[in-house]
Write a protein that binds this ligand. Structure first.
Ligand code: 5GP
Length: 203
C-alpha cells in the first residue's frame, strides 16, 4: 500500500502553490484531482485542475458514496473521488490530497493511518496578502476567507506535522523529508524482516 498524504491548512496559506511545486519535485507521487461545484477560473481545465460538476452531479456523487470526503467551502462543494485514491494506494503509489481542513478531519476519521500535514502561513500579513492577492474574489469572499482562516488555525492539534510555508523550496524540502521519514517507519518493514528471517531459517 502507498501512503495517503493529506496536505491541508488555513485558507490562503498557499496549499495549491506548494502542491504544484511539489508535483515538479516529486513526480513519483500521485496527486488526487478533486470534484467541485465552483466555476472554473481562467486557465483551469476540467479533469486536470478539478472535475467541475453541477450541484446535482455532486449530490449524486455523495449519494453514491463516490467521495472519500467532501466539504462545503465558501458556498461551493469540494470532494475527493474515492475510487481513484483506493486504486492508486492499492497499486503501491503514494497519493497527496490538497484539501481544506474540514475535509482533512473527515479523512482522519476514515483513514487514521494517513499522514496529516498542516501548512502554516509565516505571518498574518502574508496570509492577508495571499487571500487578497489572488485577485479573483469579491471583498465579501475575502472577508469570509480571513475569518475562516483564523478559526482553522485551531485545528493544528489534529495533525501529525506542521510545515511553515515561508519559502516554496524550503516548504517542499520539509514535506519531502516527512514523506521519506514516513516510508522508513519500522512497522512498514515488519513483513520484509519476517520474510528475511524465514529465508535465513530455510537456508
Ligand atoms: P479553490 O477554490 O481556491 O481551488 O479551493 C478552495 C479550497 O478548497 C482550498 O482550501 C482547497 O485546498 C480546498 N479543496 C480543494 N479540493 C478539495 C477537496 O477535494 N476536498 C476538500 N475538503 N477541500 C478541497
Amino acid at each position: 500500500m502507498g501512503l495517503l498524504i493529506v496536505l491541508s491548512g488555513p485558507a490562503g496559506v498557499g496549499k495549491g502553490t506548494v502542491c504544484t511545486a511539489l508535483r515538479g519535485r516529486m513526480p513519483e507521487i500521485v496527486y488526487s484531482v478533486s470534484a467541485t461545484t465552483r466555476q472554473p477560473r481562467q486557465g483551469e481545465i476540467d479533469g486536470v485542475n478539478y472535475f467541475f460538476k453541477s450541484r446535482e452531479q455532486f449530490q449524486a456523487m455523495i449519494a453514491n458514496d463516490a467521495l472519500l470526503e467532501h466539504a462545503e467551502y465558501v458556498g461551493n462543494y469540494y470532494g475527493t473521488p474515492r475510487d481513484f485514491v483506493d486504486k492508486t494506494l492499492a497499486s503501491g503509489k503514494d497519493v497527496i490530497l490538497e484539501i481544506e481542513v474540514q475535509g482533512a478531519l473527515k479523512v482522519k476519521e476514515k483513514f487514521p493511518e494517513a499522514i496529516f500535514i498542516f501548512l502554516l502561513p509565516p505571518s498574518l500579513d502574508e496570509l492577508k496578502q495571499r487571500i487578497t492577492g489572488r485577485g479573483t474574489e469579491s471583498q465579501d469572499t475575502i472577508n469570509t476567507r480571513m475569518n475562516v482562516a483564523v478559526e482553522e488555525m485551531n485545528l493544528l492539534q489534529h495533525y501529525d506535522y506542521a510545515v511553515m510555508n515561508d519559502e516554496i523550496d524550503a516548504a517542499c524540502d520539509r514535506i519531502r523529508s516527512i514523506i521519506v521519514a514516513e516510508h522508513c517507519r519500522r512497522e512498514r518493514f515488519v513483513p520484509y524482516v519476517s520474510g528475511l528471517k524465514t529465508a535465513i531459517e530455510k537456508a
